[in-house]
Design a protein around this ligand. Structure first.
Ligand code: SF4
Ligand code: SF4
Length: 500
């Protein structure tokens, strides 16, 4: 093992940056046991948490650049340690305090983003990909803004995703436009530790969106989706954000898209980390795929919350990964072994990683990599235009997961994301098919207050936290917000004191 460099100030900076959740780590090692890197090489996040606790972090170690922010470890950590946040803040210390070298490829990508607004360093206008597609620029009053992400905008391997998505939106007569004043969302920039660049990109986008009158955003990348939805609110951005698979599921449900052309193939679906584990969207992409006649959906052994990262998260797309250690190769191999002829993706990063893999593995003639939007476009080609005029954006519907669940032994579990199983239980118990942000506000208030004070949230505070009156809360929880709902919300000793 290399000598560990004591950089107490740096660790203090991590704490200051908000990454102090390592203090809760009790060294059980579940994170290391669940980290996908250990399928192909050693990587011990537990060790990094311990070093942070001792104030002895080896900033020179390549390990801090390995983490993919896939979220598997955080999902399983019994103490709610935000391993991703800790590792991000260690990277931030390297980037901002210069205590070690930032890997060249990351340095170049972030420099390109700072200079041109995209990691490729392309000077070309961001909307260049849309030339000839008859897509209007977004103007005030347009229903949706489609945000294509840097990869489909500039990477020829990923452009098909944006082209197919806008094709499907047109087919469904959705009123949408694109901006030519936006820039990289900054999500990955933040994960590689460049917080100041993230903030300046976020501010630039938020200004561009606000000036343009954008309210509803559709993204193709789960990374942009997560950043706009969950990180921009901290920087003053408040938008209704949907991933394109969520919108496609709605359009199919509403009968605005009617996949009619058969695709008689076996199709494997790869859950992207930032759509699945980080945002709990597992069903919509599957629902869209199942709507295509003839398509046989096959599942990976590790699917949904157990899905393995494609290997491109948190800046790894920009870094070289040795042959034999590429998760995208493992996924392609498994998909082929399952008999899949198509690997369906819902993320441009996954698309780029898998397309590289099929070429390097010489499997391009065995399996195709397609974004779900491409499959839908083909399945809907030639079908009649929907009736009823232009599509109106609906309230975002998806099954959210609860952010913290305290299990029967009193351990905090899965604290950084909603728990699909609990959400399903809550939905079932309440007879509610779809949980919304409003359900979450109520549950969050109950959870936070109980966690801090060990007693139920006073009714007045519940109203204040949620901005809802009793009637509204009652409508959200038709089966009552008593003992049962509180138990499902993950509180260890359900008090059942609420009057409704
Ligand atoms: S799973 Fe959580 S508590 Fe256990 S070693 Fe990892 S970070 Fe620490
Ligand atoms: S986020 Fe993923 S890659 Fe990073 S330490 Fe956790 S399990 Fe490993």
């Amino acid at each position: 093992m290399e000598v560990v460099t004591p950089v107490r100030e740096a660790v203090d900076a991590v704490v200051e940056a908000g990454g102090d959740t390592f203090k809760s780590c009790y060294q059980c090692g579940l994170c290391s046991g669940s980290c996908p890197w250990n399928l192909v090489r050693d990587f011990i996040p537990r060790k990094i948490m311990h070093q942070a606790q001792l104030g002895l972090v080896d900033f020179e170690d390549e390990d801090i650049w390995l983490c993919l922010a896939c979220g598997t470890c955080m999902q399983r950590c019994p103490r709610g340690v935000g391993t991703i946040d800790v590792i991000r803040d260690l990277r931030r210390v390297v980037t901002e305090l210069g205590v070690a070298e930032v890997p060249d490829s990351l340095r170049i990508a972030t420099k390109n983003i700072a200079g041109t607004g995209n990691p490729q360093g392309e000077a070309e206008n961001r909307a260049h990909w849309a030339e000839g597609l008859d897509i209007k620029l977004f103007t005030e009053g347009t229903e949706l803004m489609y945000y294509s992400c840097c990869l489909p905008s500039y990477d020829p391997n990923c452009k098909a995703t944006a082209v197919a998505t806008v094709g499907v939106l047109k087919k469904a007569v959705v009123d949408f436009g694109i901006l030519d004043t936006d820039t990289c969302c900054g999500g990955t920039v933040r994960k590689v530790g460049n917080e100041s660049l993230f903030r300046s990109l976020a501010e630039r986008n938020i200004n561009a969106f606000n000036e343009g009158g954008v309210k509803n955003i559709i993204t193709s990348s789960p990374h942009c989706y997560h950043t706009f939805k969950n990180e921009y609110p901290d920087v003053g951005g408040d938008f209704n954000v949907l991933h394109h698979t969520q919108l496609l599921a709605q359009l199919i449900d509403d009968g605005r898209l009617k996949p009619a052309n058969a695709l008689n193939k076996k199709v494997a679906y790869h859950d992207p980390c930032y759509l699945g584990r980080h945002n709990g969207t597992y069903e919509e992409p599957r629902k869209v795929l199942r709507s295509i006649p003839g398509l046989e959906l096959v599942e990976f052994r590790d699917n949904r919350e157990n899905s393995i990262c494609c290997g491109g998260g948190a800046g790894r797309l920009w870094m070289e990964t040795k042959k034999g250690q590429r998760f995208s190769d493992l996924r392609i191999e498994e998909a082929i072994n399952q008999g899949a002829e198509v690997l369906a993706v819902a993320c441009p990063t996954c698309m780029a990683m898998f397309k590289d893999s099929v070429v390097s593995m010489d499997k391009s003639d065995v399996i195709e990599i397609k974004d779900i939007s491409e499959l839908v476009r083909d399945a809907c080609a030639g079908t009649p235009e929907p009736k009823g005029g232009k599509y109106k954006m609906q309230q975002v519907k998806s099954t959210f997961m609860l952010a913290t669940h305290v299990d029967e032994e009193g351990f905090m579990r899965e604290p950084h994301r909603w728990d699909a199983e609990i959400a399903a239980q809550l939905g079932k118990q309440q007879g509610v098919e779809t949980l919304t942000d409003d359900h979450w506000k109520v549950v969050k208030s109950l959870r936070d207050y109980y966690t801090e004070f060990g007693v139920p949230t006073p009714v007045a505070k519940l109203h204040k936290d949620t901005g809802m009156d009793q009637k509204q809360i009652k409508a959200l929880f038709p089966a009552g917000l008593g003992r049962g709902a509180v138990k499902v919300a993950g509180l260890p000793k359900p008090p059942g004191l609420y009057p409704w």
